[in-house]
Design a protein around this ligand. Structure first.
Ligand code: DTR
Length: 376
């Protein structure tokens, strides 16, 4: 302590911070009663002060109005349609909630892989996840009925049919999560290194497919090889498969046109997808944020379907122009022959699913009705 400080401070104390003996003498010792009274006064002041906090104006902003952060996992690479729809949804939610929500997107399986998506979201490893139902066929029995050969004509219709089917049956498989939206691919076609012009060409041919699409290939005599989409790139390069069975936009997005110079147009079944959210994370969201997300459910399905349908057309043109891919059309006689082979698939689904105690016939009938309704 400097001399200057010592002179300006009326009661500077000692350099080591202790109170000098003279100061102690200045204040006479309190009686017990006085001591009790002053302690009581201090307690009352504290009670009043804390009691008043809730009376502060409600408009006062909380000290930290941080946005809620949600991590959104996706399994395929960023340029593919599941990730394109993810980025569109992120932008919409962030804008419509006025910055109350911040969404971090993780494409390419960087947070959760294709097959661990549902369980990862249930466990809270990601708040949101996008999954292809075909990768766990026995798990999504009701919604996977959309990948039966029932004639879904495009991704827009498929997406609306799938979402309505989910809403009506509220399947057990989704009971632990909040469904954000659902959508489908466009119908599937054969993309291959060798031309497939007949059922004979297809016999024993190793083609990548999963779920309902794999059953179709088997019915035509091909050899379906199941694996998630991202694994197909390497499988094709190494010759593990000779082609794949999927919607055609992958010719451009995964550059499959480079290796698969043939496409046989079958326009058969779709692949169903779901975007799901961890239930606790959903319940923790403010009501107005929940409303924004709920209001986007159908719109996002429609948007994704439309995006997919438009992108397929673009990818077909691109494949023809860039790699001279030949698109092989089947004759009418061939179409009838190929389609006839698919009838047992629906029959088999009806039997297996009824045996599980599910209203299989009603599900199939509903899908047919919904296709008609949304195709108008
Ligand atoms: N082939 C299906 C569905 C699918 C179609 N396009 C993409 C793009 C990215 C991932 C999957 C798909 C499937 O494997 O799920």
């Amino acid at each position: 302590m400097t001399t200057e400080t010592a002179t300006t401070d009326p009661d500077p104390g000692e350099p080591d911070g202790t109170v000098p003996a003279r100061c102690q003498q200045r204040e006479p010792a309190k009686t017990k009663e006085e001591d009790m009274r002053s302690r009581f006064a201090r307690i009352m002041a504290a009670v009043l002060l804390f009691g008043m906090i809730p009376l502060l104006p409600a408009s006062a902003p909380p000290a930290s109005a941080e946005p809620v952060t949600l991590n959104y996992a996706n399994f395929p690479p960023a340029p593919t349609f599941p990730c394109v729809q993810m980025e569109r949804w992120k932008t919409e939610v962030e804008q419509q909630t006025g910055g109350k929500v911040k969404i971090n997107t993780f494409p390419g399986g960087t947070l959760l892989g294709a097959k661990e998506m549902m369980d990862g979201v249930i466990a809270g490893q990601a708040e949101i996840g996008c999954l292809s139902m075909a990768y766990q066929p026995g798990r999504f029995v009701v919604t996977n009925a959309t990948s039966l050969p029932l004639g879904i004509p495009n991704a827009r219709v498929g997406s609306r049919v799938l979402l309505d089917l989910y809403e009506k049956y509220q399947p057990e498989a989704f009971s632990q999560v909040k469904v954000i939206t659902m959508f489908t691919t466009a119908p599937t076609n054969i993309m291959s290194k060798v031309p497939v012009r007949s059922l004979d060409d297809l016999k024993g041919l190793d083609l990548r497919a999963s779920g309902g699409a794999a059953r179709i290939l088997a019915a035509w005599g091909a050899n379906p090889v199941g694996m998630p989409m991202p694994a197909t790139v390497e499988a094709l390069q190494k010759g593990v498969v000779k082609g794949l069975y999927s919607s055609l936009e992958v010719m451009k997005d995964f550059k499959f046109a480079e290796t698969c110079r043939y496409a046989t147009v079958t326009d058969t079944v779709i692949y169903p997808f779901a975007v799901v959210m961890n239930m606790a994370a959903w319940k923790a969201l403010p009501a107005d944020v929940q409303k924004v997300i709920d209001d986007l459910k159908v719109e996002q399905a429609e948007w994704t379907g439309n995006y997919m349908d438009g992108h397929v057309k673009e990818a077909v043109q691109w494949s023809k122009a860039t790699y001279q891919v030949e698109f092989i059309e089947l004759s009418d006689a061939q179409k009838s022959e190929w389609n006839a082979l698919l009838n047992p698939i629906v029959e088999q689904y009806l039997q297996e699913t009824s045996a599980k105690g599910l209203p299989a016939q009603a599900i199939v009938d509903d899908i047919r009705d919904l296709i008609t309704r949304y195709s108008r």
